[in-house]
Each structure stands twice: as C-alpha cells, then as structure tokens.
Design a protein around this ligand. Sequence first.
Ligand code: CS2
Ligand code: MG
Length: 403
Amino acid sequence: MKITDAKVFVNSPGRNFVTLKIYTDEGIYGLGDATLNGRELSVAAYLTEHLLPCIIGRDPFEIEDIWQYGYKGAYWRRGPVTMSAIGAIDVALWDLKGKALNTPVYNLLGGRSRNGLLVYTHANGKDIAETIEKVHAEKEKGYRAIRIQSGVPGLEKIYGISKDGKAYEPAIRGGLPAEETWDSSKYLNFLPKLAEKVRVEFGDDLHLLHDSHHRLTPIEAARLGKSLEPYHFFWLEDTVPAELQEGFRIIRQHTTTPLAVGEVFNTIYDCQQLITEQLIDYIRMTVSHGGGLTPMKKIAALAELYHVKTGCHGATDMSPICLAACLHLGTAINNFGIQEHMRHNALTDEVFPHAYYFEDGFLHVGDAPGLGVDFDEKKAEQYPYEKAYLPVNRLGDGTLFSW
Ligand code: CS2
Ligand code: MG
C-alpha cells in the first residue's frame, strides 16, 4: 500500500478544527486531528508546506519510521506546532492501519485492558450556588467524576466560566486576545469554601477535580493542595506552569492531594522528571498535541513504572478524532487513569460521526476498524475557519501572567 495524497481541512463546525486526511492507492484513508487552539494555521502550514510532501509514496504501515522522520528529519525539534503536525500524521496512519487490517486501533496497541473508560466532565458556575447546580445536572447525566470551577468573588472574569451560560469556549473570535485579570490570594482563600460546599452537598463518592490553569507558585499550590485534603479531590490540575519540573518537589513535600499536569506538553522531555521522580499522579498529555499514539504509548509505558496514570486532555478544542485516539490508547494500556470528556456540540458530532459512546459515567470506544471516526468534508466546508485567540491574563497591577 502507498500513500498517494494528503489534505488538510481548516474549518469551524462548532469551533475551529484542523483535520488531516491521508489517502492511499487502495482507497483506504486515515484521519488525524491537527487542531492547536489559537494557532491552527501554523500547524496547517507545517503540514502542507513541510511534512506532507515527504510522506507521499511512503508505505503507511511504516508508522514508527515515518514518526522518526517527522521528529528527527526537521533538525528543529519539539514544540506544540511541530508535535501537533507530527501527531496528526501519526494518528492518521494508525487509523489507516486499523482499517486495512479490519480491527480497532486498540488491538494494535496490545488489545483491550478494560471495557469502558472512566470520564470526567466540567461543571462551571459563576458562584458556588450555580456550580452546585451544574454538578447536579452533570451527575444526572451519569457522570461519576466532575471538574468544578467557579467564579471568584472580586474577580471580574476567570478561566472556565462562560458569561452567557453556554458551554465554556475559551477561544474568542474576532479581534486580538481578550484580557482577563487574576488574583491568586482571592482564589486561594475562596477555593476551599467551594470544595467544602460541594463535598457536603454530594458526599464522598463523587470524584471531584479542579484545574488551577497554571496560575500558582509551588508554595501556593502546596497551600491549596493542603487546604483541599479534607475534601479528597481526584486531582488538582495544572497548579504550576511545569517548565521547572523540579518545582513540583515543593508541592509534593506538603500535600497528599493528587497532582495532574501536562495538557500543554508535547514530548516526553516535558514530563520525564515529573514522572521519574513521582512528582505527579496523572500525566495530562493528549494524543494530538503529544506527537501521536506512537510517542504516547511510550510515555504511558514510562509512567507505568512510576505509578503515574494517564489523564488525557479532552477539551472541545481537540476534535473527536483526538478523543477517539485517546480512548483507544486508554482502552489498551494498563495505567489508564481517567479521560476528560468536555462534550462536543451537536454540529461537531455531525461533522465527525464516531463509534465511541457515553454510558453511565464511562466512554466506550466501540469496535469499528481504525479509530471509528469519520469526517464529513462537505458539511465541514459550510463552516469556514474564523481566527480565534485564547485570552491573555494580567494581575491587578497589569503584570502579564499565565492564562
Ligand atoms: C482546560 C482546557 O480542559 C482543560 O483542562 O485546561 O479547557 C484549556 O483551557 C483549553 O484546552 C485551551 O485551549
Ligand atoms: Mg486544564
């Protein structure tokens, strides 16, 4: 079998997505997700201008070699744009191979290790009362694990909370990045109050998660982790930007609250120390931004040696192709932890019909050959791409801060 063509589709069925389709001389095609929220056109260009010409004529079964070619062949390595481009090709080739062999991708990764994958969804409220309402609503849908985010008194806009009551979508269309403000002390004083109220309302069995979205120092994260211990969170996510991996030693020294990090990582080098020093409990890297299934199965294998489980990022700014790839990985590996399931809207699901399904708090990957996702090009092209920026964040005195 030979790769005969490859096309990149940039459009906006529900939100901006970049989709890669790789064609072969046997009529089978593979799909990859090349979406990088706020930087979509960079990945599209990296694919069309640089990588895709190099794979035409290649045998699509040579997945490892094609991955190494993408990673080492450019001389310049790593980074979210590069790794999302390589990841899209990699996932498309796994999809292709599964279809050619008429088997689901998880069978190519070691076979089924579990029936369903525990998932968590989001409950975002402008205040504690609304957050509790949203938790009730998500629990009603069958979720056993729910991420809670709330407005913080005194902070006008904050990550995770949409103003208009719709599902939270951080990428804002038109114009330049919106500016949000932050105050860590208000946040640190408030969060334990939210946690206590939610735990009292829902009891001990519901898994609670929270995302600090890269905004704390290690000692602030240590304080927050300690303050949440009475409410036994499933995890506290992205407490500290993790370029300084050893910074997590400070958090670890002070708290038993489990730590998750890594949705902005794109290679094993971003998390090697965090894993081998057991500074985290869950690695949040997702398949599309992490360079594809080829590296992600290696990262999961390393993590398994150090009691670290997977907790793949699965927000709506990754397409159903990426979510399906995470589900196939999570179905096969032993150290699966939990999968984020921020449900796509109906239009996105229409353009990306898929075999996976939600039932009673778990996502089931289905048994379709390949990834079990398709892409309706005709319908997608009715929704043209419109540039959208993620917000930027400033402290009250104007200091530029992590968003
Ligand atoms: C968040 C994401 O889902 C999460 O854990 O961190 O929603 C993140 O803000 C977006 O993926 C950014 O594009
Ligand atoms: Mg996050």
